[in-house]
Design a protein around this ligand. Structure first.
Ligand code: PMP
Length: 427
């Protein structure tokens, strides 16, 4: 049945959708950290956490809130008052760390970043953007234009002028051999050099931990050091927290807090799991930036009652159960366990990450050459063993990405690590 569905998918949907697995998976339902396919097989889900499901699949509080709201009303929230949107905006503004914060809700991460770019370019009267090499910011015309990961930037046409900065990837590139302090200094010198050759950009946009790029991050403090350079020139800092927000990185509620030396970013964007399956994206910015547009701008589906009900219930669950602390503790154990396995598998170049955002980079043994076929083998073998993981990376997609729902238990972490160990040994 799934085979037939695959053929129908192929016949009617675009070729550029990147389905996982030779025999693609049809997920039909989930609970907690597990999902089931159409044939009734159960999988431990080590990837859905970063996609749709921040806390747990079919979280009862979210299901109840959504069902009740669906039976009541879904209507425009940008033409009429919506109590749940105001409440979620208040919570997000307060959690954001941005002073005098204003929040605008969108329906995706792409639209959130698009809005951030709209605000930054309007505020600064400039269409030049600084972005990081190997970054991913979404699929709209402007978002692909600033995305540094060429594998996900399917057109070279762009409404923006983009300048790419070094620093998002610690263990590759011209500065990889330097120590952390020297690495930061070299990236700052690179940025200053770039700024010396261009008219004033509107903003720097960066993911604190690059998601699609393979869960890579700079040494702590890089963006604080960039900030010092940017602030003097009035250039804004946009932190794309679509993957790193809400405590996933364990130590911090937002990824930017690893770079907090000079205060919060000017703009934060978020999306993905905050609605636990309902489409929520958003932008947080200081009032003077958010309010700089000189005409109206509304969104039909941004901030609807149903998505906001999901967001409020999901966020309450996250905070009440300290899932950030859980991400720190269980993620820490999982990284340790995977590092021990990696030491015995020659294809593993590096195990990295923070909290429940863990990357396992595979290369041909003893080299820095990407091994995408090894990554595909591990993905298939893990699936056969009952575990779903993701892949990513700018180097021919040879990084395994591990990002379970944030309620992952220690027993589940152990179980997943054991399956992954067998899959890695099968390369
Ligand atoms: N920013 C980052 C960092 C992302 O990882 C993604 C999605 N992979 C996006 C933006 C775009 O989000 P969406 O797919 O919801 O448009």
């Amino acid at each position: 049945m799934t085979k037939d569905l695959f053929a129908r998918h192929r016949a009617v949907l675009p070729d550029w959708l990147a389905l996982y697995y030779e025999d693609p998976l049809e997920i039909t339902h989930g609970e907690g950290r597990h999902v089931w396919d159409a044939a009734g097989n159960r999988y431990l889900d080590f990837f859905g956490g970063i996609l749709t499901t921040m806390t747990a699949h079919a979280l009862p509080e979210v299901t109840k809130a959504v069902a009740e709201q669906a039976g009541r009303i879904v209507h425009s929230s940008t033409l009429y008052l919506n109590r749940s949107m105001v409440e979620l905006a208040e919570r997000v503004a307060q959690l954001s760390g941005i002073p005098d914060a204003r929040v605008f809700f969108t329906t995706s991460g792409t639209e959130a970043n698009d809005t951030a770019l709209l605000l930054a370019t309007a505020h600064r009267r400039s269409n030049a953007i600084l972005a990081m090499r190997n970054s991913y910011h979404g699929r709209s015309f402007s978002a692909v234009g600033i995305t540094g990961n060429r594998g996900w930037s399917p057109t070279s046409l762009t409404p923006l002028q983009t300048l790419y900065v070094h620093g998002g990837v610690r263990s590759r590139g011209p500065y990889a051999h330097l120590d952390d302090r020297e690495f930061i200094d070299a990236c700052v010198a690179d940025l200053e050099d770039l700024l010396g050759h261009t008219r004033a950009p509107a903003a720097l946009i960066a993911e604190p931990v690059q998601g699609v790029g393979g869960f890579t991050s700079p040494p702590d403090g890089l963006y604080a050091a960039f900030r010092e350079v940017l602030r003097d020139r009035g250039i804004l800092w946009i932190s794309d927290e679509v993957q790193t927000g809400w405590g996933r990185t364990g130590e911090h509620f937002w990824g930017w807090q690893a770079h907090a030396g000079s205060g919060p970013p000017d703009i934060v964007t978020f999306a993905k799991g905050i609605g636990n399956g309902m489409s929520i994206g958003g932008v947080v910015a200081r009032a003077e930036i958010m309010n700089c547009l000189d005409a109206n701008s509304i969104s039909t589906f941004g901030g609807t009652q149903i998505t906001m009900a999901a967001g409020l219930a999901n966020l309450a669950h996250l905070l009440e159960h300290d899932l950030q602390g859980n991400a720190r503790r269980v993620g820490g154990l999982l990284i340790e366990r995977l590092r021990a396995v990696a030491a015995q598998v020659p294809h593993v170049r590096e195990v990295r990450g923070r909290g429940l955002m863990i990357g396992v980079e595979l290369t041909r043994p003893g080299t820095d050459e990407a091994a995408p076929e090894a990554a595909s083998t591990v993905l298939e073998e893990a699936r056969a063993g009952g575990l779903l993981v993701g892949k990513g990376g700018g180097h021919d997609t040879s990084v395994l990405r591990i990002a379970p729902p944030m309620s992952l238990t220690v027993a589940e972490a152990e179980e997943g690590a054991a399956i992954l160990e067998r899959a890695l040994r099968s390369i």
